[in-house]
Design a protein. Structure first.
Length: 126
């Protein structure tokens, strides 16, 4: 019997799916849920920014096989998940969708370091 999926979790249709954590939304489908919806996304960290003018806010860019996701990590969340935010290479972020000025962000509520899943990618590629 297949596991139930959340309404925003797409079926895996790629012939070569990567080991996505349960219920993660691909970057290409981030426009599907309404603003304010709670989603989970996962991807490789390709950029971390902590501008001096941002008052402790950290901006992350995650990339999956379908595109990129912009993530905003407020100071309180950063303090709770500091290790994952600083050192994670592959992250799963749960948060709320925010849209403005033609840009979609995920406002982080939880950040998980799932870098150990990178080994699964290597074993499937070899």
């Amino acid at each position: 019997m297949p596991e139930p999926r959340s309404p925003v979790t797409p079926p895996v249709t790629s012939p070569d799916p990567w080991p996505r954590p349960p219920a993660c939304l691909p970057a290409a489908r981030l426009d599907d849920p309404p603003g304010g919806a709670r989603v989970a996304v996962a991807g490789l960290v390709i950029l971390r920014q902590r501008p001096g003018t941002a008052k402790g806010v950290i901006f992350l860019t995650l990339e999956d096989e379908t595109g990129v996701v912009n993530v905003i990590v407020w100071r309180k969340i950063y303090e709770a998940f500091r290790r994952a935010v600083i050192s994670g290479r592959l992250l799963r972020v749960t948060g709320r969708v925010q849209r403005g000025h033609g840009v979609t962000h995920v406002i982080a509520e939880r950040v998980e370091d799932i870098s150990e899943m990178l080994d699964l990618l290597l074993s499937e590629a070899g």
